[in-house]
Design a protein around this ligand. Structure first.
Ligand code: FAD
Ligand code: NAI
Length: 497
């Protein structure tokens, strides 16, 4: 009989264990209260805590209710731990490939316990910093499950603050989201996990199937593959990375193939048959794949169970709170922001919505957020970053477009780094002479593109034209030269193109 699988994971992930006493930082005071507040925020993730911090900085008296830990998905089981583990994968790659630079090191091995400890240190440090900020701005933090009732009454129960009732002149619902699951792949603590559990793995599987090739699927597939797991992505749609330009997706798929990741698209998954040490995932017509671990990453479901009776707040069929372009729900004086509404499920969108509603509450007239132009940054290897239209979406929207692409293969800095996979693609409105006018979209795949998106993002959002930005100088040698080169070539002339 073969040995038991070597992987395991810590099932006491905080999101599934609300009773954990460590959910409060030693520096956080739990304040039982019966006051009226200017603003009561239910949910202490990025959207909720940003509302509290920004509102408090403008002098509002604010209470925030959190049933687990302030910081939410992003800090505890999302952006931060995922990027920390991806950085471990990057260090592993660097050591593995060091001999190419004449630096001879022993082949790397991974001590995942140490990795997990480092990840937790980063989270704890950020958590303490956040708690300090909330305390410093005199935000009242109430520990427990909050429910909204008629007339802006909010009741809290089940937490360390005990039974509390409070009211807010304005109430903000920022209750976030949880992993979506699919029939036939229930999380079992053995073979099937979601992002919540995979972030706490204590041993690596030799083989894994990732169901869903979106942002989460691609980040985990990349991380596992770089650390030595044989990964297969099973995606229902014809391409991975929804929302990404087709050329960018192709570049990622090519790079994934080189790492040994199999990407199988256009296949439904039907279920899995557990064996002793592996489980057989059934997909497509007759496909079957034996793996030690299945990661389900098929999107997130909004968490909107914070409504009592008579609130007047409506939900969509998919469970999001209904809001208008000002993030106002169907109830007077009640806003909803972040992952619990149907806008891009990104921490920085939650931050932007928080600032946007506080400005409204303060009587200012901020411009509604243009969700089609928000920045996207996906931290797989190679990284992906984009803002604005894809080529396909721009054409569908009725634009006549001109595009330019340049590959990192020819960029000096990328060669120096040894990371030449990927490209820059710029989509612009076509002028009568065939050159590019207004920049409509920018799509990047390659080294550090998540940090390079800035100038493309500004160009898209400022509605800059190609000739306006082609005049800007890029430092040499730099990765950003490729953006300059791509934009320059849309003027009809180029240097290295
Ligand atoms: P959440 O972060 O989910 O916070 C909601 C909070 O409300 C939670 O703390 C919850 O406990 C609390 N709550 C819910 N209901 C109640 C209630 N009734 N009473 C009291 N408290 C309640 N986004 C990025 O921008 N960049 C990334 O790199 C990125 N990486 C990600 C990686 C992974 C693996 C995952 C899962 C997500 C990632 N995201 C990323 C998405 C990002 O985490 C979310 O968009 C973001 O956390 C949403 O913020 P939020 O405040 O709306 O909700
Ligand atoms: P996603 O919506 O990005 O991708 C889900 C993928 O699963 C899609 O490609 C979809 O077609 C596929 N899918 C759905 N059902 C399926 C099925 N039954 N079988 C096979 N494939 C199926 O969702 P994901 O990756 O779970 O991430 C959720 C959200 O979290 C993202 O949309 C993003 O907003 C946020 N996020 C952002 C990150 C970042 O900004 N770096 C990183 C991770 C998550």
């Amino acid at each position: 009989m073969s040995e038991a699988p070597t992987w395991s994971h810590d099932t006491s992930v905080w999101f599934r264990d609300p009773g954990r006493a460590d959910r409060l930082s030693p520096t956080l005071e739990v304040v039982p209260t019966a006051e009226n507040f200017d603003l009561v925020v239910i949910g202490g993730g990025p959207a909720g805590y940003a509302t509290a911090l920004y509102g408090a900085s403008a002098g509002l008296n604010i209470a925030i209710i959190e049933k687990q830990k302030v910081g939410g998905t992003c800090l505890h089981v999302g952006c931060i731990p995922a990027k920390e583990l991806l950085e471990t994968a990057a260090v592993f790659r660097t050591v593995r490939d060091a001999s190419e630079f004449g630096v001879n090191a022993s082949p790397p091995t991974l001590d995942l316990q140490v990795t997990q400890q480092r990840k937790q240190r980063v989270i704890d440090q950020l958590f303490d910093g956040l708690v300090g900020l909330l305390k410093g701005r005199k935000v009242t933090v109430i520990d427990g499950f909050g429910t909204l009732h008629a007339d802006h009454v909010v009741r809290v129960s089940g937490g360390l603050s005990g039974e509390v009732e409070l009211t807010g002149a304005v109430v903000v619902l920022a209750t976030g989201s949880v992993p979506r699951t699919i029939t036939g792949f229930e999380v079992d603590g053995r073979f099937v996990v979601t992002s919540d559990e995979i972030l706490s793995l204590t041993d690596l599987p030799a083989t894994a199937a990732v169901i869903g090739g979106g942002a989460i699927g691609c980040e985990f597939a990349s991380m596992l593959a770089d650390l030595g797991t044989k990964v297969t992505i099973l995606e229902a749609l014809p391409k991975i990375l929804p929302g990404c330009d087709a050329d960018a997706t192709k570049a990622v798929e090519r790079a994934f193939k080189k790492k040994g990741i199999d990407v199988i698209t256009g296949v439904p998954v039907h279920g899995h048959d557990p064996g002793e040490n592996t489980t057989a995932v059934r997909y497509g017509d007759n496909g079957s794949l034996d793996v030690e671990l299945v990661c389900v990453s098929v999107g997130r479901s909004p968490l909107t169970d914070a409504l009592g009776d008579g609130t007047g707040v409506e939900r969509t069929e998919r469970g999001h709170y209904v809001v208008d372009e000002y993030c106002r729900t169907t109830a007077e004086g009640v806003y909803a922001i972040g992952d619990c509404i149907a806008t891009p499920a990104l921490a920085h969108v939650g931050f932007a919505e928080a600032i946007f509603i506080v400005q409204q509450i303060l009587g200012e007239s901020p411009t509604p957020i243009d969700y089609g132009k928000v920045p996207w940054a996906i931290y797989c290897n190679p990284e992906v970053a984009f803002a604005g239209y894809t080529e396909e979406a721009a054409i569908k929207a009725g634009f006549e477009v001109v595009t330019a692409k340049h590959r990192f293969m020819g960029n000096g800095r990328a060669m120096i780094l040894g990371e030449t996979e990927g490209l820059v693609k710029v989509i612009a409105e076509k002028r009568a002479d065939g050159t590019g006018g207004r920049v409509l979209g920018i799509h990047l795949v390659g080294p550090w593109v998540t940090e390079q998106l800035g100038q493309g993002y500004l160009a898209v959002n400022w509605e800059a034209t190609v000739d306006e930005i082609a005049a800007f100088i890029q430092p040499h040698p730099s990765l950003s030269e490729l953006f300059g080169e791509t934009v320059l070539s849309l003027t009809g002339r180029s240097l290295h193109g």
